[in-house]
Design a protein around this ligand. Structure first.
Ligand SMILES: Nc1ncnc2c1ncn2[C@@H]1O[C@H](COP(=O)(O)OP(=O)(O)O)[C@@H](O)[C@H]1O
Ligand SMILES: [Mg+2]
Length: 349
C-alpha cells in the first residue's frame, strides 16, 4: 500500500517534543513539518536544528502551514488545545491533552524497551566471553605467580628489580583488560553525540569480540580510510561493531577471512563495512535478520538481538545499513553514515 506521508507539526519542545522528534523522524511515512515553542531556549529546538527540522517562532505560523495534517500538542498547557483548534486549517487534526500523553507514554515505553534490549544483548554476549576472559586473566596471573615465587629466594638486586617491573607490567595488562570489559558492559548514558573515529572503534571492537569468538584460524584484513570520523555515541558504535564482527566470525566455520573497511561513500558520508567468507545468508532470510529475536544459532550462542540493536543505533544516527550475501561465499554488512559537518568541535573518542 502506498500512502501519502503524515505531515506532523509539534507544538512544545520540552521533554515530550524531544521524544516525539526522536521517534517520528525515524519513521519513513512521517514528515515533521516543524516544531515550535514559546521558549526560544527550549532543548527540543536545538535537537530539531540538529535533525534539520524547521523551527517556527509562532505557533500560529506552524499550525496554519498548508502541508500539516496532524498537530501534536505536547506543551502540557491546558489552554493550548483550544487555541490550536481555533487557529488550525480545516483539514488538519489535533492531538492534545490525554491523547498526546498516551503517545508520549508509548514513546517512553518504547525507548525504555529499546534500552533494555540493548543491554540484554550486551550482557548475553558477555556470558560467552567468560572463557576468553578467564584465559586472558589466567595467563598474566601464572606469570605473576612464577615471578613472585622466584623473588622469595632471589638475592641479586638487579634481577629483583627486573622481575618487579615484569610483575607491574603483567598487572597493568590485566587491569587494562578489566577496564575494557567493564566499560563495554556498563549501561550507556544518553550522552550528546560526539565525534568518533571509526577506525579506532573497529579496532576496539575486534579486541572485545576476541573474547566471545575465537579468531585463531581467521585472517583479519583491515582497509581503513584515513579520516573516518562520524558523529555518534561511542559506546553504541562499539556495540554495533562488536555485533557485526561476532556475527562474521561465527559465520566462518573453520578458517576464513574477516575484512574491516572504512571509506567515503558516494554521497560524501563515511562508510564502514564488515565482511566475512562465512556461510552466507539465504535470500529469504534477508528481511528477517534485523527483526528482534530472529536467530539461527543455538541457545547460548545467539539472542537474535544483535542486528536489531545495530539497526536501531544506525537509524537513530540517520545512517543506513545494507547486507550483501551469497550462501557458501560470505556476507558484507555495510553502513553508510550521514556526512559530518566540518564545524563539529571536540576530540575524537
Ligand atoms: N555475517 C553473517 N553471516 C551469516 N549469517 C548471519 C550473519 N550475520 C547475521 N546472520 C544471521 O542473522 C541472524 C540474526 O543475527 P543477530 O541479530 O546478530 O542475532 P544472533 O547473532 O544472536 O543470532 C543470525 O542468527 C544469523 O542467522
Ligand atoms: Mg549476533
Amino acid at each position: 500500500m502506498n500512502t501519502a506521508p503524515t505531515k506532523v507539526a509539534i507544538v512544545g519542545a520540552g521533554k515530550g517534543g524531544i521524544a516525539l522528534l526522536e521517534l517520528l523522524h525515524q519513521i519513513p511515512d512521517v514528515e515533521i513539518v516543524g516544531i515550535t515553542d514559546k521558549d526560544p531556549t527550549a532543548l527540543g529546538l536545538k535537537r530539531a536544528r540538529d535533525l534539520n527540522v524547521q523551527v517556527t517562532e509562532r505557533v500560529q505560523d506552524l499550525v496554519q502551514n498548508h502541508g500539516v495534517n496532524l498537530i501534536m500538542d505536547v506543551t502540557g498547557d491546558p489552554s493550548m488545545g483550544s487555541l490550536i483548534q481555533a487557529m488550525k486549517r480545516p483539514g488538519s487534526e489535533v492531538l492534545s491533552g490525554a491523547t498526546t500523553r498516551l503517545v508520549w507514554n508509548l514513546v517512553q515505553h518504547q525507548s525504555k524497551l529499546e534500552a533494555e534490549l540493548f543491554q540484554a544483548d550486551k550482557l548475553a554476549g558477555l556470558g560467552s566471553f567468560a572463557a576468553g576472559i578467564a584465559h586472558d586473566i589466567n595467563n598474566p596471573l601464572q606469570l605473576i605467580l612464577g615471578l613472585a615465587e622466584n623473588l622469595t629466594d632471589e638475592q641479586d638486586l638487579d634481577i629483583v628489580h627486573e622481575q618487579a617491573r615484569d610483575i607491574t607490567e603483567a598487572v597493568k595488562r590485566t587491569s587494562a583488560l578489566c577496564r575494557d570489559l567493564t566499560s563495554y558492559a556498563r549501561r550507556d548514558g544518553a550522552g550528546e553525540p560526539v565525534p568518533v573515529n571509526l577506525n579506532l572503534k573497529m579496532d576496539e571492537a575486534l579486541k572485545i569480540a576476541r573474547y566471545a569468538v575465537t579468531l585463531q584460524d581467521i585472517t583479519v584484513v583491515k582497509h581503513y580510510a584515513e579520516d573516518a570520523m562520524v558523529i555518534g555515541n561511542p559506546d553504541e558504535l562499539l556495540h554495533v561493531f562488536v555485533n557485526l564482527i561476532t556475527n562474521a566470525v561465527q559465520a566462518i566455520k573453520d578458517r576464513g577471512t574477516l575484512t574491516l573497511r572504512t571509506g567515503v561513500g558516494p554521497e560524501g558520508g563515511v562508510v564502514a563495512s564488515v565482511s566475512d567468507t562465512g556461510c552466507g545468508i539465504p535470500k529469504e532470510a534477508f528481511s528477517k535478520i534485523f527483526e528482534p529475536l530472529y536467530t539461527t544459532k543455538p541457545p547460548g550462542k545467539g539472542t537474535g538481538l544483535g542486528l536489531y540493536n545495530v539497526m536501531s543505533v544506525i537509524s537513530k544516527m540517520e545512517g543506513h545499513i545494507c547486507v550483501e550475501s551469497d550462501v557458501g561465499v560470505g556476507s558484507t554488512f555495510r553502513i553508510e553514515f550521514p556526512q559530518v559537518q566540518p564545524t563539529m568541535p571536540g576530540a575524537a573518542l
